[in-house]
Structures are given as C-alpha cells and as structure tokens.
Design a protein around this ligand. Structure first.
Ligand code: F6R
Length: 617
C-alpha cells in the first residue's frame, strides 16, 4: 500500500458561477504551505465531459496542464498529495477515478481495510492502476451505485464500508451539478459564499479569500453540495442534519507574504506582534489581574485541580516544557509534560482532579487529538492552547485560551511557539490568583516584552553574520539550564528541521554524563547563558567545552562582559525575568537556523519530508 500520510494532503472543491478550476487551483495554492509532492484536479465541464488532470510536482505545473486543456466548468475538485512511500507520480496523484472514468475522488486519510475491499472489487472485475488505498473509493462507489441504482445511496453504502480516517470529495459525470463530501477523523469544511457558491476544503486557508461563513463537517457527515443548496446527512444513521453556520476567525491579510522572501522569516519577525496579540485585553496591569475569557466557564472546576498533564508534539511540546517550569514556579501546581504520541499508549493512573492541557498550533495533530480522546470518559477537565480557531482540538476541549497568532504558514513553527509560551505564562498567573511573590513583576514584564522582542529582531543582521560562520558544521549541541533547557531543545529542533544539520538539545548539567565526549573543534555548542540563578554553573559548562577545543556561540544578557572572553560569538538579549527569557531566546535561535538554511539554499518554508499539520499517526 501507498502508506503516505495523506491527511497532510489538501482537498479543495468548488461549485458556483466562477470558472471552477481557477478557484480550485487558487485554493490548492493556499494549501501549498502544508507541503506536497503532486497535485491534480477533476472537473465536469459544462458540455458534460469529465476532465482529469494530475501530475507530480508543483501547483504551477498543474496550472500549465489546465491552460492547455482549457476546461469550462463550474464543478471541480482538486488535491495536493504528500507522499512518504510510493512514488509521487501522476498515477498515484489524486483525483482517482473508477474504471469507467466517470466518478472522481480526492481523499485525505488512510483506508485501513483497503486491501480486503480491493480484493473483493478485483473479484468483481475491477482493475487497479495505482499503489494507493484511495483508488478503491471511486470503484467501491461505482460498485454500490450499480447495485442499488441510486448515486447517493450507493455512495452512503460505500462510505459505510470504509474503515480508518478519511475526508473525501466526490464528483460524478452523471451528477454534473453536485459535489459530495464526507469525513471521519479528518477535517473538512464548506465555505458558503455569495451567489450560492460553495468552496470545500480540508483547511480553512483555502476558503478565506471567498468567505468567512463556513460549515464544519462532523464525523459521519455526508454533504451534498449544490446546486444552490447544501444538505447534510449522517451516512451511518441516514438522518438529515441542519447545517450549522459558523464564522471563521481568520485575518486573511496576515496570511500573505508582503515584502518577505518566505513565510518563515515573516513569521519570525512577527514575534513582537504575536506577544502583543496574546496579551491584548488579557493582562490588566492597573487592576493587576489576568482576564482569560476562555477559562471563565470552568473557573470553579479549576479550583479543584491538583495536577496538570500537558500533551503536545514537536515545538508545541517544547512550549509545554517551558510552561511546566512557569506554572510550577508561579502557580505551585505540579505539571507533567508528555509527548502526545507516548501519552496515548501509556497506562498511567489519572484522577479527576488532574487537568489535561493540549497545546497545538494547528489544532489538528492526530496524536494530540488521540490524547484528548483517551481521557474523554475520565471525567477530567480538558483545556486547549490552540492557534487555529474552529479546529478539531478547539472543538474537543472543554475550554481553552486561543493563541491569536494568526495563520502560521511556514512548516517550521516560530510565532506559534512564542504565542504558546505567552499564553502559558498568562495561565500560570491566572492559576496563581496573585499568590506569588513574582506575580506583579511578571505581569508587568509581559507588557514590556513586545518592545524587547523588537530589540531582538533588530539584531537580525548581527545574528546572520554569526550564523554564516557556522553553516558548514555537521553537528551542533544546544545547552541550557532552567528555562534555558527547553529553549535549547526547541533551538536544536529548529536547526535540524530547516537546515538539515544534526542538532541535539541537552540540559547543560548533563554534559559530564555523556555529551562532553562529543566535544572537539568540529562540534560547536550553542549555549544559553542568560542571567539566572544558574549563570555561574552554565559558565563552568562553557569553560569545560572550551577546554576541549569546542567552538561556542552563546546568548547572554546585556551587560555580561565576562562571557566575551570565553566564547567565539555572543548574542545579547535585553534584561528580562528568567520566566520570559524563552520568548526572546526563541527568536534568536529561529533566526540563527533561518540564516544557515538560507545560505544552504533549502526550501525554507517547506523543509524536505515534513508537512505543516501532522493529522495521521
Ligand atoms: C516544528 C513543528 C512541529 C509542530 C508539531 C505539532 O517546527 O512545527 O514540531 O510543532 O508537529 O504541531 P501542532 O502544534 O500543530 O500540534
């Protein structure tokens, strides 16, 4: 089987008065940021002919194909496919068609029982050309439509046979004015545009340009879209539902590149604005209070929480680790941070007074969703720190605090980390109810932080010069203590994912327990040596590295002159509390990695093998 995690792929569909292929292609462009390796489109032309165009490569290549064939159509579906196994070629690309070439399907997700269904279909005379599981879907629909004699009923029967996670869009030559869409555990949203047009997508970014009025499909929904109307059924129970219209809370302007060469740099530069948006209206310095509207409904339950388990993946997990330090320090509540992919398979005691806190930029990460689902019946409170409003995790949680960072388009997460850590700081202050000696200091520090973040951004040319000196090393160590430790882990992740340099993050206190053996002149260290109670200890760690000939780049707090004599390069950050240092450190390490990646001429917004939103396990 083609085991591509197709859920990271993108679906777009359009039905309306505009040229459908143009709208679908623009939608696919808006999803390019997710990463993909092939694209395709199918449409039913006004003449009644069906057209299927697909190829490996970028959306631009697809546009050339479309131009050559000049379709005229008002109904089309398209797809960007992201493969890990199985060739990213035109045969495996979506849409897939039935043998008769009159039913077309785009599919995100994995059909777990596809082998069994394929064998049955082969017995019934169907032939398969691709290595994908998706190709069984149009043929299975074809099979049932022939058996039952009704397209909608046949489609429902086929959907009921599929096991696994999927979102699909279907068009058929015999139904030239309709798009069918269905989903189970994979997102799908329908934009309701002006003049009775509908735009279907697996990611709201493809819809924003047309409308903010949307209907999110729920698991088991089968939507029959157009002409001029939208009907939704539950395909498991066959009952009709009233479409629930919602308003997308996105700012389209923020999703465009402006004068930046790519989204990653743009998003790194948004750090000051990101902190500002996350604290806006929430930090009230005059009254010395933190107001988190999203937690008001659960404020009584929060009084009984005696333990917090944070679940997340990747960068969001590292933000969680920073949160662990802050919440324990400021609110005095024990916190444990777990990788969602581990949490969901663990068999640990979990009491009702434990709160699960999920952190996710996309709100669609499969492992984090599974972690939330695991505790669904435990009776515990489930909170979210999410950037994407209306996402699956935002819907699954009892309450939460949105990041308000705006859409993050580059695959590598930057401003989302800043927003998550800011929100975690707000939650720590909120939970402390003011009962901490650092409460007021921290609250006031948050207000001055956007300016400090801007001062760090202004160091970009200097950081670039330093980064270029290190671009040819093959490995890097990132070390820190206290708040510097999770920061070091995140710094190492950023370097490896966008510059492809091997990097490891370590607690500096662990150096003597193993990593020191790696140090020599070819193995540089990025040391976080900002002002904290541990500064003299990290300075000793740096001495040990220097004694073994290891080059060191350090980040220190302005005023630390002693460090200059010890290391090759220093980047200074403005003075801030140790709790808020990760917010400034993150930008420095993001820029450091960015400039190395730029010098290596990699596709910065789409690092190889990675996708923006990891919606399958
Ligand atoms: C790294 C990165 C990933 C994500 C991770 C979780 O730069 O972007 O590690 O942080 O896949 O994604 P979300 O936050 O969407 O759940």
């Amino acid at each position: 089987m083609d085991s591509a995690p197709k859920d990271m792929c993108g679906i777009v569909g359009y039905i309306g008065s505009k040229e459908a292929t143009d709208v679908v292609v623009e939608g696919l462009r808006a999803l390019e940021y997710r990463g993909y390796d092939s694209t395709g489109i199918a449409c039913i032309e006004d003449s009644g002919n069906a057209k299927l165009l697909k190829q490996s490569g970028r959306v631009d290549n697809l546009i050339s194909l479309i131009k050559e064939s000049a379709p005229r159509s008002h109904v089309a579906i398209g797809h960007t496919r992201w493969a890990t196994h199985g060739l990213p070629n035109s045969v495996n690309a979506h849409p897939h068609a039935n043998n008769n070439q009159d039913i077309f399907v785009v599919h995100n997700g994995i059909i777990e029982n596809y082998q069994e269904l394929k064998e049955q279909l082969i017995k019934n005379g169907y032939i398969f050309k691709s290595q994908t599981d998706s190709e069984i879907i149009p043929n299975l629909i074809d099979y049932y439509v022939r058996q039952i004699g009704s397209f909608e009923k046949g489609l429902s029967a086929a959907l009921n046979d599929l096991k696994g996670a999927f979102a699909i869009a279907v068009i058929a030559k015999n139904k030239p004015k309709t798009i069918y869409a269905a989903k189970v555990s994979s997102p799908l949203v329908i934009g309701v545009g002006k003049n009775k047009e509908y735009i279907l997508a697996s990611d709201p970014n493809a819809i924003l340009e047309h409308t903010k009025e949307v209907v999110f499909l729920e698991d088991g929904d089968l939507a029959v879209i157009g002409p001029d109307k939208l009907k939704i059924y539950n395909f498991k129970k066959s009952n009709k539902k009233k479409p629930k219209l919602e308003l997308l809370d996105y700012d389209q302007e923020k999703a465009s590149l402006g004068q930046f060469p790519n989204f990653m740099l743009k998003e790194i530069f948004e750090a000051p604005k990101t902190i500002q948006s996350a604290i806006l209206g929430r930090v009230r310095p005059d009254e010395k209070i933190i107001k988190l509207g999203g937690l008001e409904g659960v404020s009584t339950q929060l009084n009984y929480i005696d333990r917090i388990v944070i679940v997340a993946c990747g960068t969001s997990y590292y933000a969680g680790l920073v949160g662990e330090y802050i919440i324990e320090d400021i609110a005095g509540i024990p916190v444990e941070v777990q990788l969602a992919s581990e949490f969901k398979y663990r068999n640990e005691p979990f009491s009702r007074s434990t709160m699960l806190l999920a952190i996710s930029q996309s709100g669609e990460t499969a492992d984090t969703i599974a972690a939330l689902e695991k505790v669904k019946d435990f009776g515990c409170l489930r909170l979210g720190i999410i950037n994407t409003t209306g996402s699956t995790i935002a819907r699954l949680t009892d309450a939460g605090v949105y990041c308000h960072a705006g859409p993050e388009r580059a695959v590598a997460s930057t401003k989302a980390f800043i927003a998550q850590v800011t929100v975690l700081t707000l939650i720590a202050l909120y939970l402390s109810k003011g009962n901490n000696k650092n409460y007021t200091k921290l609250l006031e520090e948050l207000i001055s932080l956007p300016q400090k973040a801007q001062d760090v951004i202004d160091l970009a040319p200097e950081i670039k010069k330093i980064a270029l000196k290190y671009k040819n090393y093959r490995s890097f160590l990132f070390i820190g203590r206290g708040y510097g430790y999770p920061s070091a882990l995140e710094g190492a992740l950023k370097l490896k994912e966008i510059s492809y340099i091997h990097a490891e993050g370590y607690a500096a206190g662990e150096m003597k327990h193993g990593p020191l053996a790696l140090i020599d002149k070819d193995f540089p260290t990025f040391a976080i040596a900002t002002n904290t109670n541990d500064l003299d200890k990290i300075m000793s760690n740096i001495e040990e590295i220097r004694a073994r000939g290891g080059p060191v780049v350090a980040v220190a707090t302005k005023g630390n002159k002693a460090i200059k004599r010890l290391v090759q390069d220093v980047i200074y950050i403005p003075k801030t509390l140790s709790h808020t240092q990760p917010l400034l450190l993150a930008t420095i390490m993001q820029l450091f990695s960015y400039y190395i990646a730029e010098a290596k001429k990699v596709d910065i917004d789409h690092p190889r093998n990675l996708a923006k939103s990891v919606t399958v396990e």
